[in-house]
Design a protein around this ligand. Sequence first.
Ligand code: NOJ
Length: 537
Amino acid sequence: MTHWWRHAAIYQIYVRSFADGNGDGTGDLAGVRSRLPYLRELGVDALWFNPWYTSPMADGGYDVADYRDIDPLFGSLAEAEQLITEAHGHGLRVLVDLVPNHCSDQHAWFRAALAAGPGAPERERFWFVPGRGGSGELPPNDWVSYFGGSAWTRVTEADGSAGPWYLHMFAPEQPDLNWEHPEVRAEFEDILRFWLDRGVDGFRIDVAHGLAKKPGLPDVGPDPDVTDLPYQDCDEVHDIYRSWRKILDSYDGDRTFVGEVWLPAAEQTARYLRPDELHSAFNFDFLCCPWDAAALRGVVDSTFAGHAPVGAPPTWVLSNHDTIRHVTRYGREDTSFDMGDKRLLDPSDPVLGRRRARAAALLTLSLPGGVYVYQGDELGLPEVQDLPDALIQDPTFERSGGVDRGRDGCRIPLPWQSGGPSLGFSPPGAKAPWLPQPADWAELSASAQEADPDSFLTLYRAALALRRERLTSLGETLTWVDAGRDTVCFDRGDAFRCLVNLGDPVALPPDARVLMASAELDEPGVLPRDTAVWLER
Ligand code: NOJ
């Protein structure tokens, strides 16, 4: 039997922007439940939910205050249980997001740590460290938060005195947990069981490379080796996943872990995918790759080479809730992405971006391995680049002094219908959506695209159906075909070929039948630029 997660199409749901059931302008579990038939018809195999737990939403739910409950904005625990059951009833598996590197500053543990005062054992579950300088006025080391600024915030004690500093690799509202503490380990093992007992099919692990820190928390220094940073990919992290894997494997039902492992070297990532650790990881090298044939072929090759030694399946992903939507990226002069880059208002050609995004869809959906579809990819949604400053909620905007526009532009509430104040995101009479939708998204709505044979939605539905019917049984390898310098072309099995052309028009093989094309083939037998076809040979 092949494990489902080796070739699954997994749809990512950013709950607060997917569908609003109760009319408060924020997406919720009721909204998701009402759209389960849409997801089944789309043809995906599983759903990954971004964090839905109790949270003050300082970082869109990645600041968890209670890992065993649902935020009231989204619904209740009973409703999550119902949703899991209903999703299963539609043949959809469910992955939930586990956030183990940090919790919210409103989590009971952190509140207790602050309240307990200097030197208290409650503080040992976090990283409370005295500052440097004559009176501890300088942070304990030079680490910089992924969101900008120092990774340390100084505590003001109950009596008003300045205390030690605590570590937060993200926002100050997200204190890092100390994974050397046995209670932290025990707590997360229990949280895993809590959700496994409720029937989830697996977990997406947030910042999977970050949990362990180098002993002594040494400075990074001025010219660090990026493959050897003291706050990521420390060896001890692997013990955590080995113990989690034992727990997961003790449950029935072929459950899975996917890691957000974002590291510079493929060998580093592969270590997380050893047979007794995680099952798969997001392929950020592929996501970041520019729209360039040689670069794409290279990243596909390096992905297979990196995964082969550990026997893990590759995954393919074009966009997620942290990155610039690829419709917009691919329409820019620089089509690459780098998480470290600031999100700026770079111009993008929408026609070009859409054309390439359609071709990229056929590429990712036909490569062997797992594939992720971020909500709205199937509608061809672009990044919203012109949100007014006053509406931006992503903490990266403020922490970068407004230089980085942040990630809200890829988190705009989905358009479901062509009319109405929220394009069907909320029920009639609801509050305005938590982020405004551009007026021209009416034509991108799911209902507008449903009956249009040339729409993105139609393309995704047809491709996902064909993938399920014919491709997943074709094994886990591909054979490269040389179809020209500017092409990405490969065979799977004896009868299937994917050909993507990024350059001047190329001839199609004369004996091949076109199963699907990402754009019209104006001249018979010729594949235009920025177009992909699936062929039966
Ligand atoms: C990665 C998540 O995808 C991102 O949205 C979040 O801000 C950080 N981890 C911190 O949890």
